[in-house]
Write a protein that binds this ligand. Structure first.
Ligand code: ADP
Ligand code: MG
Length: 287
């Protein structure tokens, strides 16, 4: 697997509070990587260190695949806290200021407004926006200059269900475009819904990390792919063989009891769908 970020034994204390007690994370390229933990577990501290806003007391990290730390930095968009947009200025004018501060993306404003679905409100004053729209504008600012990586701290905090759904859909869409997205969240449900990978932090310690399927799912699963995953999704949903079928970057099927990989593969073959199997939960692999 190709990793875009590797951290090793990151430590940070604030006086006597040990916020991070040696955290080593590996973030796969193209993943939506959730850092999940209750308040105070060290998530924001970790993101601050990765973004060079805070200095670690020990350990190392490396953004991989870039020629220099500066080039890595210019390929990371981040949302650590809600930016101070100007209430009386329009969305466009606020983003012009963001672009000037960042030194990138001054010709990218139209594109990012379209991406976050605010283009039709580009001339409206910031103060007329709902909380969800404000948060989407903040994500638009993070997207200026089209970075490969997005780092988002609790991006749905304080939003109502509609706002939450908007942000989640946006994250899934950006992930489809190939971006790596690192999200800190205290909401299990959020991580389950949008993340492909997860690290669980508790009081500054890494409890576990891995694919969401492995870490958060105790049901059997089979990962499948073919040339047309949208068609495979529909076919498996109507096959009656699976309790649940989802499309992330691949198809994730939760088969009914007694349905093995072989049964699923054979069914697909008979339906003229030529699948590849990429992985399965342990009990499934053993069937
Ligand atoms: P999370 O984002 O998971 O809620 P934080 O990284 O914000 O966790 O905080 C981790 C721990 O570090 C908490 O105990 C918090 O109180 C403490 N902490 C965070 N920032 C500071 C700070 N600037 N000064 C002192 N303690 C801090
Ligand atoms: Mg936090």
């Amino acid at each position: 697997m190709e990793y875009i970020l590797n951290t090793k034994d990151i430590r940070k204390s604030y006086g006597i509070v040990k916020a991070l007690k040696g955290v080593s994370l590996q973030v796969p390229k193209g993943s939506v990587y959730g850092i999940l933990g209750p308040n105070g577990s060290g998530k924001t501290t970790m993101l601050g260190i990765l973004l060079d806003v805070l200095q670690a007391d020990g350990g190392q990290y490396e953004w991989q695949g870039y020629s220099s730390p500066e080039s890595a930095r210019s390929n990371i968009g981040s949302l650590l806290e809600t930016p101070n947009f100007y209430h009386y200025l329009s969305a466009t004018d606020n983003l012009k200021i963001s672009a000037a501060i960042k030194g990138r993306g001054e010709n990218d404003i139209e594109r990012v407004l379209k991406l976050v679905n605010l283009y039709n409100r580009k001339d409206s004053a910031f103060k007329t926006f709902s909380l969800g729209m404000k948060q989407r504008l903040a994500i638009a600012a993070a997207l200026l200059g089209n970075p490969d990586v997005l780092v988002l701290d609790e991006p749905t905090n304080g939003l109502d269900p509609v706002g939450i759904a908007e942000i989640r859909n946006l994250i899934l869409q950006l992930s489809k475009e190939g971006k790596t997205i690192i999200i800190a969240s205290h909401l299990l449900d959020e991580v389950e819904k949008v993340c492909t990978h997860v690290a669980i932090l508790k009081l500054g310690e890494l409890i576990t990390q891995g694919s969401v399927l492995e870490v958060l799912n105790d049901e059997d699963w089979i990962e499948l792919g073919c040339e047309n995953n949208d068609a495979l999704l529909l076919a498996l949903q109507s096959s009656g063989l699976c309790k649940q079928v989802r499309l992330q970057s691949l198809i994730i099927a939760t088969p009914n009891k007694d349905v093995s990989i072989e049964v699923l593969s054979k069914w697909c073959f008979e339906a003229s769908i030529y699948t590849q199997s990429f992985g399965a939960s342990q009990t499934q692999s053993g069937k």
